[in-house]
Structures are given as C-alpha cells and as structure tokens.
Design a binder for this molecule. Structure first.
Ligand code: DX5
Ligand code: ZN
Length: 214
C-alpha cells in the first residue's frame, strides 16, 4: 500500500510560505500545520490566521496538529479557517470524546495524537469514533529532533488494535526521513509527516518521493 506524505510547514521559510507550499503542492498529499501555544508545548507557532492564509494558496487538505492546551476553545476558529483534519492531543483533553465529536459535527475529520509516553492502548475506546491517530515519534514542540525508535512498536500495536480494518488512519510525526520512513511504513503507518527532511532538502519534491517510496 502506498503511504501519504504530509510536509510540515514548521520547517518552511515563513517569509515565503506560499512559495514553499506551491513547490510541494503536486507531490504532497496533505499539508501539516503545527499549532503550538507555548503552554502544552514550550514553543509558539501559528494560529487560525495562517491556516486561513494557506487555505487561499493551496487545494491540499490542511492537516492541523493542535499542540494546544484546552483545544476545544479553538476548534471552531480552525474549522472556519479551512482545516480539513483537526488533531488534538490525548494529553490535552479531559473530555476527549466530546472534543472528537465536536470536530466531526463541524464537518472536519477528527484526529487524536499521543506523545511518546502515552500508550496507544489508552485509545481503545475512542478508536471507532476517530478518523486518525497520530503517533508522535518525538516529544512535540520542535522540528529537527531525532526519531524515537519505540514509535515503531507503538504503530504495530495500534495496527493490531484496529483489528485488520484500515480506519482510523495511522499518522506518524517526528524525525521522519527516507530511512525512518521505511521502518514506520513496515509497521503499518498510513500518513508520514516530515518537516526538516522535506523543507530542509535542496529538492523538497525529491525528498517527498524518497519518503514515499524509500
Ligand atoms: C513536532 C511537530 C512536527 C515537526 C516535525 O512537534 O509536530 O510536525 O514539524 O519536524 P521533523 O520532521 O523535522 O521532525
Ligand atoms: Zn506535527
């Protein structure tokens, strides 16, 4: 099965964001937007205004990864801005089922992300209600970190939890390059996020293809 590749704009040139996105538009399957609030993670990045600006420059589905405390406060803003897929962190939601159903009621796909220390088995009861699980293969907050190898085992366990079905989709994020891509694909990942390996490469399109086919 071929995987999908979602370049993360976190490693793009923010002064030339539209150009960076246009450059990968034909090769990418989704565009991954890392939203960080300075609370759930130490870093601060972008909000709904940038999602709205991206919506005006690309037809790629916008995959919004909310590394945000109390994400329920901002779901409507991101949906209105044009997010197609909204992923919240398991660790940031007290009432996860409510958050997930709110995202779906807004007409977006709903994803749940897990940090490295959060076992995928905790997702058993929410699996039938989500469109995607995002397995973090770094601690969220920054691009360019080294891949956490135990994510491979987590993806395998998640694929088992899905029980032979192809939903929810399994996305993996952090430290993905053509080498680590091979490991997570073999484990069962469907969507691979890559920031520095794409936008830090001299040829981002070739980097996407290396991740997809490598
Ligand atoms: C990390 C972000 C990632 C990041 C990945 O907190 O969620 O999406 O952009 O960057 P790389 O691919 O460089 O690890
Ligand atoms: Zn991300």
């Amino acid at each position: 099965m071929t995987v999908q590749v979602a370049p993360s704009i976190l490693s793009a040139d923010f002064a030339r964001l539209a150009d960076s996105v246009r450059r990968v538009a034909d090769a990418a399957d989704l565009l991954h937007v890392d939203v960080m609030d300075g609370r759930f993670v130490p870093n601060i990045t972008v909000g709904p205004m940038v999602v709205e600006a991206l919506r005006g420059t690309t037809e790629l589905p916008l995959d919004v990864h909310m590394m945000v405390a109390e994400p329920e406060r901002y779901l409507a803003d991101f949906r209105r801005a044009g997010a197609d897929l909204i992923t919240v962190h398991w660790e940031a939601c007290t009432h996860l089922e409510r958050v997930v159903s709110t995202i779906r009621e807004m007409g977006a796909l709903a994803g749940v992300a897990v940090n490295p220390a959060t076992p995928v088995e905790l997702l058993t009861d929410i699996l039938p209600e989500v469109d995607l699980i995002l397995v973090m293969s770094v601690n969220p907050g920054f691009a360019g970190q080294a891949f956490w190898p135990r994510a491979v085992d987590k993806i395998e366990r998640l694929a088992t939890l899905r029980g032979g079905r192809d939903r929810p989709l399994i996305e993996v994020d952090g430290g993905i390059n053509s080498e680590t891509a091979r490991l997570v694909k073999a484990a069962g990942a469907d969507i691979l996020v890559a920031g520095s390996a794409v936008f830090g490469a001299p040829d981002p399109v070739a980097a996407i293809e290396a991740i997809r086919t490598g």
